[in-house]
Design a protein around this ligand. Structure first.
Ligand code: TYD
Length: 139
């Protein structure tokens, strides 16, 4: 997805099953997400105001959810940038491959849960921004 743009990334509102003792939202394989789920990971104990995740992915698709607290995601395709604030446990951001993204302004105690299409593969990461721009220009 070298030609992907920030406008291919979308907000997914999950169903919220409300209950007097709390709520539950569900992400099921192939149902709420347009890919097969192979991995779930989550960032936690991130100091308030801290930034994470300045990198791109070549193939990985992700649904990013603020399971607790809030943070902002800066999406960048090399041409356009979008800033999206996640602060509801039933709202996710679907990020397509080929997007440079940074997660910033973590509120203290927040949990960033990522539902991902592939297992961890360091070769799928683009960690240098100049390399990312080169990747986007390759045909
Ligand atoms: P990384 O993706 O670089 O974190 P971030 O970009 O959000 O700051 O991951 C941090 C470390 O954790 C890195 O050394 C790789 C390791 N890691 C795994 O081993 N498996 C995983 O699924 C993930 C996401 C990271």
């Amino acid at each position: 997805m070298k030609n992907s743009t920030v406008f291919d990334c979308s907000i997914l509102e999950l169903e919220k099953h409300s209950h007097e003792k709390g709520n539950i939202s569900i992400v099921e394989n192939g149902k709420e997400v347009p890919f097969n789920i192979n991995r779930v990971y989550y960032l936690y104990d991130v100091p308030g105001g801290e930034d994470r995740g300045a990198h791109g992915h070549k193939e990985l698709r992700q649904l990013i959810i603020a399971a607790s607290g809030s943070f902002d995601i800066i999406l960048n395709d090399g041409n356009n940038k979008r800033k999206i604030t996640l602060n509801r446990p039933y709202v996710g951001l679907f990020v397509v491959p080929g997007i440079w993204r940074e997660i910033i302004n973590f509120s203290s105690g927040s949990i960033c849960m990522v539902v991902a299409s592939h297992k961890y593969d360091e070769a799928d990461y683009i960690r240098n921004y100049e390399d990312f721009l080169k990747f986007k220009k390759e045909i």
